[in-house]
Design a protein around this ligand. Structure first.
Ligand code: FAD
Length: 361
C-alpha cells in the first residue's frame, strides 16, 4: 500500500509525486488514460516572471514563489534524468494598450519590465509589423518544453520509486468516519493514507464522487505549430490571450483560443485560420513559415483563474490541487512544494488560505 495516492498524472500530479518521493513518501499516481498527455502536454510552456517579495496579493505571491523555483527545479530534473526540459530564459515582449502604465505596474510588483518606443522595438524585433509602435520588454520571461518536462518528470518519478498506473480511472471513493479509506477503479480498490485529486479539467467530476464541490470546467485552447529558420524572433510575444512562443530549433507555437465547449478537443478551421492570421499580422515573414500541425488541450478553468490548493473541508485526508487554468506549468513547482509540505505536516512556504477548496455537497 502506498502512503499517498494521486488521482491524475498531468504536470500537477507528477510534480507533486516527484516532490513527495524525494522526501521519502511512497506514492502512486493513477491516471484514467496515458500519463502526461492532456492539458500539460498541450500547453505552450510560458513561465511568466513574478517576484514573491513584492507581491501585491496571494495570487502574485504564489506566482512569484513558483517563478523563483523554476531554474533549480528544471536543473534537478535534468541532473536526475539526463533529459533537457528546454527550460530557458528567452525574454518576452508584451503588446498592450497602455504600455507605460503596464510597465510601471510590473515594476511596482518587482518584475523587470521596460517600455519600448517604436524605435527601440524595431531594434530588438526587426521582423515585427511596423504598425506595432510600442511594447513592454520583460527580459526574465522563461519557457519550458512541455513534452520534455513531462518525460523528465515521469523518468524522475520512476527512478524515485513512484508507482505509475496509467489506464486506471478513479470511479468512486470509500469513506469512513470523515476519512477516505480507498479509491475505486474498474479493476482495483486502492487504499492509502492520503489522497490528492489533481485531475485537471476532470477534477470537479472526480471530487463530486467524494461529496466535495469545486468549480472546475474545461476551457479549450487550440495551438498552431509553425516552423521557420532562422527564427524571426527569439522572445515570447504576448498580445492579450494570444501569443507566439519560439523554440530554439525553429518551431513557433501560435496560440491560443479560450472556448467553453465541454470536453471537446477538436481543432476548428476557424480557430486555426484566426491563429495563423494573428501570427502573420504580427510578424509578416511568418507567411512563408512551414505549417507543421495543430493540436489543442483542455485547461482546468476555475472561476477566478486561481487553483484550488489544500484539504477538502469534510475529510481529514483528501486534498485538492486543481484548476490552474492558464498557469499550470508555471505554478507546478510551488504547487508540488506546498502539497508536499501540507501532506507531510511541514511548515508552509506561503499561506494557502486563499486557495482553499470548496464545500461539502
Ligand atoms: C493551449 C494551452 C496552452 C497553455 N499554455 C500554458 C502556458 O504557457 N503556461 C502555463 O503555465 N500553462 C499553460 N497552459 C495551462 C496548463 O497546461 C494547465 O494549467 C496544466 O496542464 C494543468 O495540469 P493538470 O495536471 O492539472 O491537468 P492535466 O494535464 O489535464 O492532467 C490531468 C490528468 O488527470 C487525469 N484524470 C482525469 N480524470 C481522472 C480520473 N477519474 N481518474 C484518474 N485520472 C484522471 C487525466 O487523464 C489527465 O492526465 C496551457 C493550456 C493549454 C490547453
Amino acid at each position: 500500500m502506498s502512503d499517498i495516492v494521486l488521482i491524475g498524472g498531468g504536470v500537477i500530479g507528477l510534480s507533486i509525486a516527484y516532490e513527495l518521493a524525494t522526501h521519502g513518501a511512497s506514492v502512486r499516481v493513477l491516471d484514467q488514460s496515458q500519463l502526461g498527455q492532456e492539458s500539460s502536454w498541450a500547453g505552450a510552456g510560458m513561465i511568466t516572471p513574478a517576484n514573491p517579495n513584492r507581491a501585491p496579493s496571494p495570487e502574485f505571491r504564489l506566482r512569484g514563489e513558483s517563478f523563483v523555483r523554476w531554474p533549480d527545479w528544471a536543473a534537478r530534473l535534468t541532473d536526475e534524468t539526463g533529459i533537457d526540459t528546454g527550460f530557458a530564459r528567452c525574454g518576452g515582449i508584451e503588446i498592450a494598450a497602455e504600455t507605460s502604465a503596464h510597465a510601471t505596474k510590473l515594476q511596482s510588483e518587482g518584475v523587470r519590465a521596460e517600455r519600448l518606443s517604436s524605435h527601440e522595438l524595431r531594434q530588438l524585433e526587426p521582423h515585427f509589423n511596423p504598425e506595432v509602435c510600442e511594447a513592454v520588454h520583460l527580459p526574465d520571461y522563461c519557457q519550458v518544453r512541455n513534452p520534455r518536462l513531462l518525460k523528465a518528470l515521469l523518468a524522475a518519478c520512476a527512478a524515485r520509486g513512484v508507482k505509475l498506473s496509467p489506464g486506471m480511472p478513479v470511479i468512486g471513493f470509500e469513506q469512513q468516519a470523515g476519512r477516505v479509506t480507498a479509491v475505486r477503479t474498474p479493476t482495483e480498490i486502492i487504499s492509502a493514507g492520503q489522497f490528492v485529486v489533481c485531475s485537471g479539467a476532470w477534477s470537479q467530476t472526480v471530487l463530486a464522487q467524494a461529496g466535495c464541490q469545486i468549480s472546475v470546467e474545461p476551457v479549450h485552447g487550440q495551438i498552431v505549430l509553425l516552423n521557420m529558420l532562422p527564427l524571426p524572433t527569439r522572445r515570447i510575444i504576448e498580445v492579450g490571450s494570444r501569443y507566439i512562443v519560439p523554440r530554439a530549433d525553429g518551431h513557433l507555437l501560435v496560440g491560443s483560443t479560450e472556448e467553453w465547449v465541454g470536453f471537446n478537443k477538436r481543432n476548428t478551421a476557424e480557430a486555426v485560420a484566426e491563429l495563423i492570421r494573428f501570427g502573420c499580422e504580427l510578424i509578416p515573414s511568418l507567411k512563408s513559415a512551414r505549417l507543421e500541425r495543430c493540436w489543442s488541450g483542455l485547461r482546468p478553468g476555475s472561476p477566478n483563474g486561481l487553483p484550488y490548493l489544500g484539504r477538502t473541508s469534510h475529510t481529514d485526508n483528501l486534498f485538492v490541487a486543481a484548476g490552474h487554468f492558464r498557469a499550470g506549468l508555471m505554478l507546478s513547482p510551488i504547487t508540488a512544494v506546498l502539497l508536499r509540505q501540507l501532506l507531510l505536516g511541514e511548515k508552509l512556504a506561503c499561506d494557502m488560505d486563499d486557495f482553499a477548496p470548496g464545500q461539502v455537497v
